[in-house]
Design a protein around this ligand. Sequence first.
Ligand code: SAM
Ligand code: SF4
Length: 333
Amino acid sequence: MSNAPLIDNHGRLVNYLRLAVTDRCNLRCFYCMPAKGVRFLKNVELLSLAEQKRMLLIMKQLGVHKIRITGGEPFVYTHIEALFDFIASEIQPQTLHLTTNGVLTGKFLPKFKDWGLKSVNLSLDSTNTATFEQMSRRNDFASVWQTLMQLLDMGIALKLNAVITAGVNDAELIPLALLARDYPLDVRFIEEMPFNGVGAREQSLWWDYKRLKNTLNEALGELTPLPAEPNATAVRFAVEGFKGNIGIIAAFSRTFCGSCNRLRVTANGTLKTCLYDDGVLSVRDLLRQYSDDEIIAQKIRAAVSRRAKDGFEAEKNRLTNPKISESMTLIGG
Ligand code: SAM
Ligand code: SF4
């Protein structure tokens, strides 16, 4: 198999994979899923553990050296431990990351260092039980908070992800930001995206990058821009007296596409070369059809060489749902 790096048709090096290991979740965050009637995939539609492993080995050959495990909720996936063990022993990516809601994370924490997890993104949209429950439709705030404290104790780099939605958790913007004053972590505010599952809600973006930044600026004082990290989605700021930093992710405005190095494989094994496309290749079907990894690698290469320039072009090219309505739980964020 050729070891040439994956370069897309716009000259961007592609070396980061975000794998959604399941579409199931123990929460029902209202910006991600409807309250009821979520159509989860059948087991046969999901990538099996063996298929995930094979796909990861192929990606490794293609020069992917940064991996993020996401979901749905990674810790509702039955084989999550086996998958992390395999990644740690066989894939050994340069960096391994995790996105989790932190509810079921506790019993796995002792393994995080063995797995070589470099950082964890913990989703938290509120600093209080009532708003957390309103947003996630579940009463699990205490578990998430405990996970947050344990991760800090372990010294694992921690980023909190928050989606601020008008009329629901606006009042949480500043209390969440102040967590970066009190603890050495990044608090990142993500613009809401239109991936909330069929029938979840009509969305209109009030808390965009600009409004978030201005409001934070007024409340916290000067936000000092930090140098951009390569391929970063978040624009980061330091605030005087803060132990951590503030980030804003213009996920809806899509200002970061120019340096995008990301591939996504969804829970059903669909390859996305942009968050906003509707899938460019079924890696799952290829894994089931071909025993030769080289054929699959070539098809992934070909898909990367037809990559949309940015999220707007990808959205325009969608064959299904011009109004995007799949749930983020399938895609993984
Ligand atoms: N369940 C895990 C969690 O919540 O961290 C991992 C999967 S979740 C889909 C990944 C990230 O996507 C979370 O940080 C969540 O806040 C974010 N997310 C989900 N739906 C979103 C939406 N419609 N707009 C913006 N971010 C969203
Ligand atoms: Fe579950 Fe994460 Fe979606 Fe919330 S954002 S419903 S925790 S997948």
